[in-house]
Design a protein around this ligand. Structure first.
Ligand SMILES: [Zn+2]
Length: 454
């Protein structure tokens, strides 16, 4: 969401408080929680339009009593008994709630999902209609059930608690207060709504599954880069050296955050299998790297870092000594320019959000491949910037080994003989054997067949 819109919403929307990261994330020096105070966020709904729960016209919280998790036979809407809806303060806002109260947890769940939806609807430039709209008009949010798990499903998100080492429910760790988890689950809903699902039973959906998990993580990462406290902490710790490869040790305490760990991964396609979470890593990495490169490009344009430093930090340095030098140069560049670095990062964040929205609005779920996503991203960049970042995108995806699969028809070569320009051969006609219209020569045909591979 642009800084301008965020400022406008702050004047008209409803205020809540949210912890950017779970309270159990500790500072490495043991002096307390990493984010001890919740940050005030403003959702787009005006106080006068807020409903009980809290809720609005898109979603609502039900603090169910004695509820079992939904399953295939037990689905929304929840009709059992529930605690009274959380009420706003006298000014119509919810930022007065005590962070140790149950009401705070319930309000946080609403505010997080609403905030993430606001952010992504801005990138899409329109409302995102729920994929379950044929049955329900609003998303049901259930914050604190007695369950050591959480799930999203058709028309609902229901959240329990983390687990203690001895396997019992850890009431100190309610999932509904975990911004990353909620945002990731909402990311799945956005993909269902905007990309859809494969329609063919012959479609194994391997890359589709990886894309879904990657999208959940990217929705969460881009949304969490809207917390000023998180962005300031990230930049203060790294001095803007956000290169992902070997980057985890530079983000310090934030490396305990799952989403940051996922963004700063160094996996390539040859490192991963078909399991969706594992397979998501190279795609998430390629896309996060694109944002970092756009950020650094802007730093160079503003003369905050040199082109030479950018190149050296991008092309993996050979020695640990190089890494220390690069970090020292970033630290020198960052000192005194903190606000300008932050401005560049937030602009890169908004470019990435828009890039993903245009991409997801364009790709088909059927027989989806990572290479198809790469092409959709290049097309989205043409729409947004006129293609300014094409080289960055190509390089980031190439490093991750995201390319046409070896059997792709895109890799076929066509000689002019195949194309019917050589005397004695007819023009190309599409047939069942040759869907591209380029004849696949039989073993008896001339030697030109050697370059045609299927
Ligand atoms: Zn997921």
């Amino acid at each position: 969401m642009s800084l301008e819109l965020d400022r406008r919403l702050a004047d008209v929307g409803t205020r809540f408080r949210i912890f950017p990261q779970p309270r159990f994330l500790q500072k490495t020096d043991g002096s307390g929680p990493l984010f001890a105070e919740p940050e005030t966020v403003t959702v787009s709904v005006e106080p006068a339009a807020m409903r009980a729960g809290p809720g609005d016209d898109r979603m609502f919280v039900v603090d169910a009593i004695g509820k079992l998790p939904y399953n295939n036979f037990f689905r929304p809407p929840f009709r059992g008994s529930a605690r009274p809806p959380v009420q706003p303060g006298q000014d119509g806002h919810f930022d007065q709630l005590d962070p140790s109260s149950r009401e705070f947890s319930a309000a946080t769940m609403y505010a997080t999902v609403r905030r993430v939806l606001d952010i992504w609807e801005d990138y899409f430039g329109r409302a995102i209609q729920w994929h379950f709209e044929s049955d329900f008009d609003r998303l049901e949010l259930i914050p604190l059930i007695e369950w050591d798990n959480a799930q999203s499903g058709y028309g609902f998100l229901e959240f329990g608690f983390g687990r203690k080492p001895n396997g019992t429910i850890d009431h100190e760790r309610p999932f509904c207060e975990n911004f990353d988890v909620l945002a990731h689950e909402l990311g799945h809903s956005i993909i269902f709504a905007e990309v859809g699902v494969p329609g063919s039973p012959f479609d194994e959906g391997v890359d589709y599954g990886g894309m879904h998990e990657s999208a959940g993580d990217l929705v969460a990462i881009v949304a969490s880069l809207h917390f000023h406290s998180l962005v300031d902490h990230l930049l203060d710790t790294t001095k803007g050296n956000l290169l992902t490869i070997n980057g985890l040790d530079r983000v310090g305490e934030l490396s305990d955050s799952r989403e940051i760990r996922v963004a700063l991964n160094s996996r390539r396609m040859s490192d991963v299998g078909d399991e969706p979470h594992e397979r998501s890593l190279p795609l998430t990495g390629a896309i996060f790297d694109t944002m970092v490169e756009v950020f650094q490009q802007d730093l160079v344009a503003k003369k905050l870092i040199s082109e030479d430093l950018r190149t050296r930090s991008t092309n993996l340095p050979g020695t640990a000594h190089d890494l220390i030098d690069i970090q020292a140069e970033f630290a020198a560049a960052y000192a005194g320019n903190e606000a300008a670095f932050k401005d560049s990062l937030l602009r890169a964040r908004d470019y990435l959000g828009r890039l993903l929205a245009v991409t997801w609005g364009a790709v088909s779920p059927d027989f989806l491949t990572y290479h198809g996503i790469l092409r959709a991203i290049l097309q989205a960049d043409r729409e947004i910037t006129g293609g300014e970042n094409a080289e960055i995108i190509r390089a980031c995806f190439a490093w991750r080994e995201i390319a046409p699969v070896p059997t792709s028809m895109l890799l076929r070569q066509h000689t002019i003989a195949n194309c019917g320009f050589v005397a004695g051969r007819g023009p190309a006609v599409a047939t069942a054997d040759s869907p591209t219209g380029h004849p696949i020569p039989s073993p008896r045909s001339n030697g030109a067949s050697a370059v045609v591979r299927s």
